[in-house]
Design a protein around this ligand. Structure first.
Ligand code: ADP
Ligand code: ZN
Length: 731
């Protein structure tokens, strides 16, 4: 028993709420040991069951807990506190996404070893004492260290060209004293005036406007809109320079950070130093260092994937979201959030500006700009009058590929001409592997994943059939497992490997590179290949959507879209918008260095509004039509959507639970529930999935409605799981 409590609260222990990074619905109460202080935001260690875990001291009153049960904070880390705007951000994301705050906090604490300060580094500094006997080697050391700065022993030995024992000798005579130095920064400070670009008039105007928002600080969203190659990056670099001059931190969000070596180099050219990186492939040691130095404010610019939004910056002053329309900003795992939208929230809570950049802005952002909530900066055209590629539709009904092929004679001819000019072609097909479906010509057997409702995709390079949803794979058999017929398995439709085969057949001497996210060798290998392409070491590049993003390939003058209709048929109201964005982006890879360039778009639907928008280079009419349609159907951003996915080990369990939830939905004007229906992927990893779609008019309390439905409905028991996705990607 705690005597201090018994003695009538003479020395009542201070009790604080601590938010622990696990699926906890609220902060738990802990006592502070006598004499220990820890205010909101402080990172502390507390006992939880048999373990010790880190948590954040939260705001507000701690829950009343029986003093006998109250456990004590075991350690207050020597770490800058998570600041107020960041704590409010965690609360906000938690309430918006209906995720436990502890789960959101966990995204902010992704570097457990960094809560303790980085160890100081041992170094040496010259004292007033001089050695009795001066050798040539010693003289060199003295000269080298004469600048009065601290040196590491090995660094000094190296610089002076002596063995470390020479320095040991001097140290023994008191010529050097030991000093402790803070660990070096993960990246040197960027210099805002290192190498500014000379901006064209339109660019300069946009840069001035952005600089002004940074100088005045305060919350504001700017949509920076301009075709690929118009200089959006150069322009927002000026906003970054302004924030760095003001001594504030900057976050740049990029959709595919692990592949953007080129971006980091460009940043280096402009600022004389790279930004710190933050993404899932960072080595753990580096991760710890970056996290720590970001919280200390020692790192001033971070370029990161969506998860970087949850770094507890010391003094964040500006956020850039590049390619703001990109679906990669959506996380669909545990906490379902869109980093673009949450970046705007983060900026509002921190009262700082945010820039959304895109050549093909999302309809959401366009509407926000049109309605005056965002300011809109439009860059006039490609830098240095570099033309955009000439985009042409190839009507596959009129110019069909040869039997067994997928490349129209028009595209093949353009490739031949490009090869002759010693320039590069890109063939784009958003489908990995050799063929999306394999069937037996004798009995019609199709290869399906045993755990998902999807076909197995043949990967011929690996001799495997793979499921793209769960990773299940099996060797491609010779005989049909159903009828036993030998060598009658037929690939149906193309994947990039099959396109590579076709390109090889037509252009046997061309150097072909095939790129996809599942390539052997992973990200490292991809980076190497991307660099090789930029240097002109390939003639034909064949790739999935990852080649569409951000890369600058100076020699690329032809882009062929193998199947432009691919994304249009999935019944999702966003399909047309996405297809337009993806195809503009991928064709925008061509002609960036000012050479004349061509985009050929193979389609069976040349009249489709997306194809028309691409071919005419005038997307305005298309965007307006899409926006009108959304408005009429009250789809986002004119109405709100959430999807509630119920999954279970058996189909009836999932369906029954989904029906019961639907029945428990309270009556609420302006909100309705559709379904349950089988989710678009009805079976993933052996789990059956049903979906309820909640539709609300603008301004309705969707979260309150869903919370009530979940509270009144049956608890998820056994194998049943319920996932809420506010603002789902597809609907
Ligand atoms: P975006 O981000 O709109 O695609 P970028 O900023 O990448 O455009 O610019 C496209 C290319 O043009 C890049 O190679 C960039 O370095 C170059 N560029 C753009 N503006 C300038 C400028 N004012 N001075 C020099 N180079 C520029
Ligand atoms: Zn599967």
């Amino acid at each position: 028993k705690d005597s201090r409590q018994i003695e009538g609260g003479l020395f009542p222990r201070k009790v604080v709420p601590v938010l622990i990074p696990m699926p906890a619905e609220r902060a738990y109460s802990y006592a502070l040991p006598e004499g220990v202080e820890a205010g909101p935001g402080q990172i502390v260690q507390v006992p939880l069951g048999p373990r010790l875990v880190a948590g954040i001291v939260w705001d507000g009153e701690a829950d009343q807990v029986n003093p006998d049960k109250l456990r004590e904070v075991t350690q207050v880390f020597d770490c800058p506190p998570v600041n107020e705007p960041m704590r409010r951000f965690i609360d906000w994301v938690s309430a918006y996404t209906l995720s436990p705050p502890g789960l959101v906090a966990r995204m902010a604490l992704r570097a457990p070893a960094a809560f303790d300060p980085e160890p100081m580094i041992d170094a040496l500094r010259l004292t007033e004492t001089r050695p009795e006997r001066l050798t040539a080697a010693r003289e060199r050391v003295l000269e080298q260290a004469g600048d009065g700065l601290a040196w590491s022993k090995s660094g000094l030995a190296h610089a002076a060209g002596v063995t470390p024992s020479v320095i040991d000798g001097l140290f023994a005579q008191g010529v050097f004293e030991p000093v402790k130095l803070p660990p070096p920064p993960v990246v040197p400070d960027p210099d805002p005036d290192y190498q500014p670009a000379v901006l064209e008039d339109g660019q300069a105007e946009a840069a001035d406007a952005l600089r002004a928002t940074v100088a005045k600080s305060g919350f504001g969203v700017t949509l920076l809109d301009g075709v690929t190659g118009s200089g959006k990056t150069e322009v927002y670099f000026e906003a970054i320079a302004e924030a760095v001059r003001a001594g504030r931190q900057v976050l740049i969000l990029l959709p595919e950070i692990s592949l953007t070596a080129q971006f980091l180099d460009r940043f280096h050219d402009r600022f004389g130093a790279r930004p710190a990186e933050w993404h899932s492939e960072l080595a753990p040691r580096m991760r710890e260092k970056v996290w720590r130095q970001v919280t200390e404010g020692r790192v001033s610019v971070v370029a990161g994937a969506r998860s970087a939004l949850f770094l507890p910056f010391h003094d964040l002053g500006l956020i850039i979201v590049d390619e703001e329309h990109d679906p990669a900003y959506k996380q669909e795992d545990r906490v379902f959030y869109n980093a673009r939208d949450m970046a705007v929230v983060r900026a509002r809570l921190a009262q700082i500006p945010v820039v959304l950049a895109s050549a093909t802005p999302s309809i959401e952002s366009r509407v926000n700009a049109q309605q005056g909530r965002y300011s809109h900066l439009l860059l006039p055209g490609r830098y240095a009058d570099a033309g955009l590629p000439d985009l042409k539709l190839v009507d596959l009904r009129r110019y069909p590929p040869a039997r067994g092929g997928f490349l129209s004679p028009l595209l093949l001819r353009a490739m031949a001409e490009t090869l002759e000019r010693k320039e590069q072609s890109l063939l784009f097909l958003n489908r990995r592997g050799y063929a999306p479906l394999t069937l037996c010509r004798v009995c019609g057997h199709r290869f399906e994943c045993p755990d998902c409702s999807s076909w197995l995709v043949e990967h011929r390079f690996r001799g495997q059939l793979q499921c793209h949803h769960c990773g299940h794979n099996e060797p491609t058999p010779q005989a049909c497992p159903s009828c036993g017929a030998l060598d009658h398995l037929t690939p149906c439709g193309p994947g990039i490997e099959r396109i590579a085969e076709e390109a090889d057949k037509h252009f046997p001497d061309a150097r072909v590179i095939v790129l996809s996210s599942d390539m052997a060798g992973g990200t490292r290998r991809l980076r190497i290949e991307l660099e090789a392409i930029a240097k002109g070491e390939a003639d034909i590049v064949i790739g999935t959507q990852l080649v569409a993003k951000g890369h600058n390939f100076p020699l690329m003058t032809l882009v062929g879209v193998v199947d432009a209709d691919l994304g249009l048929s999935n019944g999702d109201p966003r399909a047309a918008e996405r297809t337009y964005q993806l195809l503009s982006q991928v064709t925008g890879r061509a002609g960036r260095s000012g050479r004349k360039s061509l985009g050929l778009i193979q389609t069976y639907q040349p009249q489709h509004p997306v194809m028309q928008a691409l071919a005419s280079g005038e997307p305005e009419a298309f965007y307006e039509r899409e926006t009108d349609e959304r408005s009429r159907a009250m789809l986002p951003p004119f109405g709100r959507l959430a999807s509630v996915i119920v999954s279970a080990a058996t189909r009836p369990e999932a369906e029954t639970h989904a029906r019961a939830l639907r029945a428990a939905a309270p009556a609420a004007p302006g909100i309705m529930v559709l379904g349950p229906a089988e989710a678009p992927l009805a079976l993933i990893r052996g789990r059956y999935r049903f979906r309820l779609l909640v539709h609300g008019e603008r301004g309705r309390d969707m979260q309150g409605f869903i919370r009530a439905m979940l509270a009144q409905g049956p608890k998820a028991r056994g194998s049943v799981q319920v996932q809420v996705d506010i603002d789902p990607q597809s609907f």
